[in-house]
Design a protein around this ligand. Structure first.
Ligand code: ADP
Ligand code: MG
Length: 371
């Protein structure tokens, strides 16, 4: 199975658990992606500039050569460049939403209209900078990872395709579900947190399940997801981001592909990735997926530049492991830290401890305490 995403590791791990042999094209080429993949390829470019069509196609063509892949699963990295998805769909069977579906749900005005038609609250949006920018955010159309979200007054490059969105109150809750083109089945709700930097106040930090937001609210989130899946003919794994304040629910975006919460909804049997493939083929799981205890995953960002990544003895709870000798800038992702516990609070605490351990350890090594 071909996998294309800014980081393909979580999809590769999920595919492997289900028994597929992943052929992965991404920007990171992490140490664990190499091990999980049947073959993998680092695509020229980076998160900042995003995928360039020719480079990505070349990488995927070379992975597919002689392997006759069943098809292609895409993750993050294409919502602001639908033309690449269209090209992928011409070459391979896509297990995921059709390009025109992605275009629709990522168009801010289409999304606003969809929410209106379903009676779901959505923050006011504007293509022009609001006269009074207080309480407004600027976002890139099709952006992901939170780094593109900033207060409306923030400086943005002329070339960036931005829109403005009014600030809403509430806690970020993401709802993961699987769809079959007509109906949807809930997988679960999770909580997100940010890892702010000076100019990226909403950079993605991590996520935690279960969200413990109560059965009534979860039922309402599932109802919204089902209505949207029906209207948009969604397929496979999808997520919807909400802000939740008591009984008030505001929908802020749809992620029309498997995304950031794959790691916390993983199971040993690989039913998550299978649900994605089956959903794309028009079948929902016979029984709802079930998950024990609590799980969390967060990104550990470099606290300072690392000119030459040392060889680390990575703990098994670290994923997306930067490979030795790579050069990292301040705030680059160093790895993903994962934790399981009986209770969500304990999973979150473990994450904090493990993140500190990795970052402290790295500084120790960087100071010459180990070779
Ligand atoms: N309208 C809003 N009001 C308040 N906070 C918001 C709003 N939109 C986004 N955010 C914050 O920014 C984070 C990322 O926003 P989101 O639109 O989901 O972008 P991304 O696609 O990068 O995930 C959210 O989880 C939330 O914390
Ligand atoms: Mg989001």
């Amino acid at each position: 199975m071909l996998i294309a995403a800014t980081s393909g590791r979580a999809l590769a791990a999920a595919a492997r658990r289900t028994g597929y042999r992943p052929l992965v094209a991404d920007f990171f080429d992490d140490g664990d992606t190499r091990i999980l993949s049947e073959a993998n390829c680092a695509v020229a470019g980076d998160l900042g500039s995003g995928f360039e069509k020719a480079a990505l196609i070349e990488a995927l063509e070379s992975l597919a050569r002689g392997a006759s892949p069943l098809g292609l699963v895409y993750g993050a990295g294409f919502e602001d460049r639908i033309e690449i998805l269209e090209e992928l769909a011409r070459r391979w069977t896509i297990f995921g939403n059709a390009p025109e579906v992605v275009r629709r749900v990522k168009d801010p005005f289409e999304l606003a209209a969809l929410c209106r038609s379903l009676g779901v609250r959505h923050p006011e949006i504007s293509l022009d900078m609001p006269h009074r920018p207080r309480n407004w955010l600027v976002k890139t159309i099709g952006g992901a990872g939170g780094s593109h979200v900033a207060p409306a007054g923030a400086q943005r490059a002329e070339s960036e395709n931005v829109y403005y969105q009014r600030v809403a109150s509430g806690e970020p809750i993401s709802f993961l579900f699987v769809a079959d083109g007509a109906d949807a089945q809930a997988i679960g709700a999770s909580r997100q947190w940010t890892a702010p930097t000076g100019d990226e106040p909403f950079r993605f930090g991590g996520s935690l399940r279960p969200a413990e937001c109560g059965p009534r609210l979860e039922a309402r989130l599932a109802e919204i997801a089902t209505a949207i899946a029906r209207q948009c003919k969604l397929r496979g794994l999808n997520g919807i981001d909400f802000l939740v304040d008591g009984d008030e629910i505001v929908l802020i975006e749809i992620n029309p592909r498997p995304g950031a919460t794959l790691d916390i909804f993983e199971d040993r049997e690989g039913s998550l990735f299978q649900a994605h493939i089956d959903g794309c083929l028009g079948r929902l799981p016979e029984r709802p997926l079930e998950f024990e205890g609590a799980a969390a995953a967060a990104i550990a960002y470099a606290r300072r530049p690392i000119p030459c990544m040392p060889t680390l003895d990575w703990p098994d709870w670290a994923a997306d492991r930067q490979k030795p000798r790579s050069a990292l800038n301040l705030d680059d992702p160093l790895c993903t830290v994962k934790a399981h516990a009986a209770l969500p609070g304990d999973a979150r605490k473990l994450i904090a401890e493990r993140t500190a351990f990795i970052l402290d350890n790295l500084e120790h090594i960087g100071n010459g305490a180990a070779s």
